[in-house]
Design a protein around this ligand. Structure first.
Ligand SMILES: Cc1ncc(COP(=O)(O)O)c(C=O)c1O
Length: 419
């Protein structure tokens, strides 16, 4: 670690270490040199069409561009615009709203929601429990806010949710801290595409309830990161688990990080919310006061035009149906791409982390960095993670999704021979 010059010791950071941005730059360069046809660029975490262009929903951008200037330029309320705060709850739960005191606070994307949860629901220096395959910025957000992270093995030997490891992780942290915050990024987890089933949720909830009742002085915060929810399951079935998160003991708080980035192709508009399903009015009010203060103390307020756009879409049946039709059309494309990748991987025995839905598929392997470097020589750009590779069907055509598994297996075998 470098020595601090002017920043305080704990703020010294290495520059240029983000592996995704580095490899994405390489992929863009190669595409320019060799043409898009020859390059498989699976580094992008956004939905791209088959020509490599970013998908944008017409319902969203026609609405945004038709807003009068003052509804784009004006400040939003500190907590978010009141009508937006209602509509984002609908966008989050649709017809699967749990019982409880539900409140929302606008945040710049799901990232802002994760930040508020980490900052306000754990102590300085506490450890946050994550799955061992995880979205790397969780660690950045934790460290930025002087928290630590600890992981548990996400998959059991059957390739499903490892409840025993999760239980152990929670009990160990409760013993140390008396308070634990866990992040479950489901459905359609990044980077694996895993979705916790409703039966798995029932077991998780039974354990959380039992633990919370046995340790009434403890506090358990369940942060559910919904970044990919609108690209999971059929219809609203990916939201079925939401209704289960209700009637929990009063020392358990479910929080939801909702993001409009993927769901409404609003990545750069920075729009989302943190939503609580509190067991009491007092806990809900405390959530509102605290997260509103956090907005003021970190970014003041959110993007007004983005909030107005969501409000309009959820207030107008025709617009809403149009937005849902666009979402569903692209969800279909994503499903076909992912199915093509999984089918080809199965044919050649390329082992995958259990994939259900979503933007990413993970391939566990040794020496991921070397395998990713090897693939670059084959004009194939796949992100190296700690435990394997991340392939992004969200960014790659179905035809390329079919070609990629054989190239990946070949690279894994070539690296194996050299190590
Ligand atoms: C797992 C996960 N959570 C949250 C986010 C937050 O995204 P945003 O802040 O753009 O809403 C992302 C974005 O890539 C993600 O992959």
């Amino acid at each position: 670690m470098k020595k601090a010059l002017m920043v305080i010791e704990s703020s010294v950071r290495e520059g240029g270490t983000d592996p995704i941005f580095r490899i994405a730059g390489e992929a863009a360069k190669r595409t320019k040199e060799c043409g898009a046809e020859t390059v498989i660029n699976s580094t992008i975490g956004a939905l791209m069409d088959d020509n490599g262009e970013l998908v944008t929903f017409k319902a969203v951008y026609d609405t945004l561009k038709a807003l009068p200037n003052h509804l784009i330029a004006g400040y939003a309320g500190l907590a978010g615009q009141p009508d937006f705060l209602e509509k984002i709850i609908d966008a989050c739960f649709m017809s699967c709203k749990p019982e409880g005191f539900i409140r929302s606070i606008a945040t710049p994307g799901g990232t802002g929601a994760v930040r508020h949860a980490f900052y306000n629901y754990t102590e300085f220096g506490d450890t946050i429990l994550l799955t061992d395959w995880f979205w790397a910025p969780y660690r950045t957000i934790a460290h930025e806010n002087r928290r630590n992270v600890k992981t548990f093995q996400m998959y059991n030997e059957k390739g499903t949710f490892n409840l025993e490891a999760y239980k152990k992780g929670i009990l160990e942290l409760l013993e140390k801290q008396k308070r634990v915050l866990t992040v479950l990024n489901t459905p359609a987890h990044n980077p694996t595409g895993y979705t916790i089933s409703d039966d798995e949720w029932k077991s998780i909830i039974a354990f959380i309830t039992e633990t919370a009742l046995a340790q009434p002085d403890s506090k358990i915060i369940l942060l559910v990161d919904l970044a990919y929810i609108d690209f999971a399951g059929e219809g609203e079935d990916a939201r079925g688990f939401m209704k289960l998160l209700t009637g929990l003991p009063h020392n358990v708080l479910p929080l939801f990080a909702f993001s409009a980035s993927k769901s409404y192709t609003m990545y750069g508009l920075r729009n989302g919310a943190i939503i609580c399903v509190a067991p009491t009015e007092e806990i809900a009010q405390e959530f509102v006061n605290t997260c509103t203060f956090s907005n003021r103390g970190s970014w003041s307020n959110g993007t007004r035009g983005a909030m107005e756009t969501i409000t309009k879409i959820f207030s107008n049946e025709e617009l809403y149906n149009q937005a849902m039709a666009e979402q569903s059309f692209y969800k279909g494309i994503l499903k076909r791409r992912a199915a093509a990748f999984v089918e080809e991987a199965d044919k050649i025995d390329l082992g995958l982390a259990t994939y259900c839905d979503g933007f990413f598929i993970s391939i566990p392997c040794d020496h991921p960095k070397e395998v990713s470097d090897n693939l670059m020589k084959k004009n194939t750009f796949v992100v190296a993670l700690g435990k394997g590779l991340r392939f992004a069907p969200c960014a790659v055509s179905e035809e390329k999704c079919r070609r990629a598994p054989a190239l990946i297996l070949q690279a894994i075998n070539e690296v194996k021979k050299c190590t």
